[in-house]
Design a protein around this ligand. Structure first.
Ligand code: SF4
Length: 432
């Protein structure tokens, strides 16, 4: 079967989007591709940014390929599924440009994972995949297109109603083969995600060594995907990294929700000519492992501290056993061997602004960056959403968006313009 996999050309004008706006490898599509090709299918994978194509040009390339199935993602990469842009206008615009020339159209991503019926309606596509998508897409190609009711984790229209074949998929993941990326994409991947110690000295890339997280912080949007913690077999991860190094990559960012201390991986990285960045929880790292992390080539740590009081962290269900002082000491220890260390703070009701300012100053004096606490967006896949409003329904994204816009009168330092209401951003989408 001929299958097109598409990461559309993203624009985020007036979006609340919290993710990085540079181009990253669309890991979910790369994972689909490796499984599809192993099963003998012919795959066209296109990325608007990395191929330098606008939405119309993307649609023309896909149409010329004459696929039986076109898969489009609703978030720029797996890395940002937990903080995706709420609006679906970009994948919708791609699907409109493609029209009926892409075979069966399939949407994958965080939106359809939690609100499949709404996503189907807003996008006007044929199928929506719930949850981690690569094995479901492979099942569709393996005969599932002819009988979608037999494929789990799908939503589709049938006789005037929408059928949902089950909850979100979680992939096996541990045996996901090494992903392979086109040379042209790597050559154009100039961005080193979350790296601030120096300018890029070669191409960057993203890699996934583990998926999911054993914690369940209240603000974290991972109930419907990338939830259970799984570690990928080390030889597969190293094969992927070695392929990237051979393509000239000098920096990789591990997209793992939580990069846990893993001695064999770190020891394998010590001998490789590549720097890397991670997101993790600093309370899980002992000093000797932090030293190994630095020796292995880590140049960027983003650590979620969230609140500076034990009560605040408990309110967020951080399940953190370390004291605020311990956290500061470990961050400062990490900074001895890792050139950029960031403590992430979240705006929590009741946090003392003077305490926050003093703590930030203390850490900054030791070379550790701590951000101005950012407000929370109650993503429909987060426990926070469900605490506020129960199970997500057809208005879940609109409700979360309106709540966010109303709750704060000033916005994150990374947002340059006033965000617009969701209905305005999605005015071109079908009514939900
Ligand atoms: S530690 Fe908390 S915020 Fe981080 S990935 Fe896990 S659940 Fe999400």
């Amino acid at each position: 079967m001929r299958i097109a996999l598409v990461n559309p050309t993203w624009t985020f004008t007036q979006s609340i989007y919290f993710g990085c706006r540079e181009a990253h490898l669309p890991i979910e599509l790369g994972a689909c591709k490796v499984l599809l090709e192993a099963a003998g299918h012919e795959v066209l994978m296109r990325d608007g940014a990395l191929d330098g194509l606008g939405l119309d040009a993307l649609a023309e390339e896909v149409a010329a390929f004459r696929p039986a199935m076109t898969v489009v993602t609703t978030a720029p990469t797996y890395l940002f599924w937990r903080c995706a842009q709420p609006e679906l206008r970009v994948p919708r615009a791609f699907l409109e440009a493609l029209g009926d020339r892409g075979g069966t159209t399939v949407a994958v991503g965080p939106h359809g994972s939690v609100t499949p019926e709404t996503t189907l309606a807003k996008l006007g596509c044929d199928l929506v995949v719930r949850g981690e998508c690569e094995e479901v897409v492979a099942a569709l190609a393996a005969g599932g297109l002819a009988a979608p009711a037999r494929v789990p984790s799908l939503a589709f229209r049938e006789e005037g109603a929408i059928t949902v074949t089950g909850g979100p998929a979680a992939t096996h993941f541990t045996d996901l083969p090494a992903l392979a990326w086109p040379d042209g994409w790597i050559a154009r991947h100039h961005h080193h995600h979350h790296r601030f110690d120096r300018a890029p000295d070669g191409p960057g890339a993203e890699v996934e060594a583990s998926r999911g997280c054993p914690y369940s912080c209240t603000f974290c949007a991972k109930i419907d995907f990338r939830d259970t913690y799984r570690r990928r077999e080390l030889p597969l991860v190293l094969a992927e990294i070695d392929r990237l190094i051979a393509q000239g990559v000098t920096y990789i960012y591990f997209i793992d929700e939580i990069f846990l201390p893993q001695k064999p991986l770190l020891e394998a990285l010590v001998g490789r000519e590549v720097a890397f960045g991670v997101q993790t929880r600093i309370d899980l790292w002992k000093p000797d492992m932090l030293d190994l992390l630095g020796r292995a080539g880590c140049v960027s740590i983003e650590a979620g501290v969230e609140s500076l009081t034990e009560e605040g962290r408990a309110l967020l269900d951080k399940n953190c056993r370390a004291s605020t002082d311990d956290l500061a000491e470990r961050l400062i220890h990490a900074r001895r061997s890792v050139p950029f260390v960031q403590a992430n703070l979240i705006k929590v009701a009741g946090d003392d602004p003077d305490l926050v300012a003093a703590w930030r100053d203390r850490l900054r004096a030791a070379g550790v960056w701590a951000n101005d606490p950012v407000p929370l967006y109650p993503y429909p896949s987060s426990p926070d959403y469900r605490r506020l409003w129960g199970a997500p329904d057809g208005q879940a994204w609109e409700r979360a968006h309106a709540h966010y816009l109303a709750q704060f009168d000033r916005f994150s330092e990374i947002q340059e313009e006033r965000p617009a209401p969701l209905t305005e951003l999605e005015s071109a989408c079908c009514p939900a």
